[in-house]
Design a protein around this ligand. Structure first.
Ligand code: SF4
Length: 285
């Protein structure tokens, strides 16, 4: 069976960097709390747990003087302050691109803007970025939102969750700008989307045009992987979103000769390799 991998797939540099930093720390100490899941992939989280990585929800779960890792999604300003107050050792794996979005949010507020963040309000990255606006921001997907602009604000600044598709961000910006352009003195747009995400969509689209079936590997809890699967389906190519090789169905092989494989930014290499190997064998174990 012919299996072709997308030119860009799997761990992005931000996730790879975070996992490497945590593994290095675990090799040294054998015990590390991570504030939230390091990536949206249970295989990775379970693998780190076996090496001593403990997932915690709040700093209350970290013993005094212990070490805690901030994930690639980053964290709010209060996490840094509270860790310092408690004397915790921080292993900060915040992705540099997420850090740039946090810095942009803080700077825009300093300059007098109210920040509108295009993204999923409950996502840890979004909650972290919003914290850096110190109450002068909101997160939404809806351009119909009523922005509570303070009377002394310089205007609205629009930024995005890093994993948002640039084209969707552009649509959001256009719709919101149309509503506010005559109501505020200035609208500032800062594109904080991550090029890694767009490169994955592009590579997946191109590959889908060249194969019979697309297989997307990654956690169903990863919004980014689900979006990748939607992008493949939108090309009209039959697409299966699976979490591991064990979900490969032999029935797929009756109507396909060429399989394309892609994977979300939180999917590790070993899961992708196992899927490719199983597909090459025609689904057999
Ligand atoms: S997708 Fe981009 S912003 Fe998110 S962790 Fe990866 S490199 Fe960083």
């Amino acid at each position: 069976m012919k299996v072709v991998k997308a030119n860009v797939l799997g761990f992005c540099f931000g996730v790879r960097r975070a996992v490497t930093m945590i593994e290095t720390e675990l090799e040294k100490s054998g015990d590390l709390a991570t504030l939230g899941a390091i990536v949206h992939n249970t295989h990775v989280v379970d693998g780190l747990a076996k090496k001593g990585g403990r997932l915690v929800r709040t700093l209350d779960d970290v013993p005094a003087g212990g070490a805690v890792a901030i994930t690639a999604h980053g964290a709010g300003e209060e996490v840094y302050e509270e860790s310092k107050r408690r004397g915790l050792r921080l292993i900060d794996t915040t992705c540099p691109i997420v850090r740039r979005a946090q810095e942009a949010a803080a700077k825009l507020v300093e300059e007098g803007f109210f920040v509108v963040l295009y993204g999923e309000a409950e996502h840890p990255e979004v909650r972290g970025i919003l914290s850096w606006t110190r109450g002068q921001g909101l997160a939404t997907h809806a351009p119909e939102v009523d922005v509570p602009i303070p009377t002394n604000a310089k205007g609205i600044a629009i930024i995005a969750q890093t994993t948002k598709h640039p084209a969707l961000f552009a649509e959001f910006v256009q719709a919101l700008t149309k509503r506010y352009t005559v109501r505020v003195p200035e609208i500032r747009i800062v594109d904080t989307t991550c090029p890694e995400t767009g490169r994955r969509y592009q590579a997946a689209r191109e590959l889908a045009g060249d194969v019979d079936v697309m297989v997307v590997v990654g956690s169903r809890s990863s919004a980014n992987t689900r979006k990748l699967a939607e992008t493949c389906r939108a090309t009209g190519r039959p697409t299966y979103h699976i979490e591991s090789a064990s979900e490969i169905d032999e029935a797929w092989f009756s109507h396909a000769k060429r399989f394309g494989v892609t994977a979300g930014a939180s999917t590790p290499d070993d899961l992708i390799d196992a899927v490719v190997e199983r597909l090459e064998k025609g689904g057999g174990r």
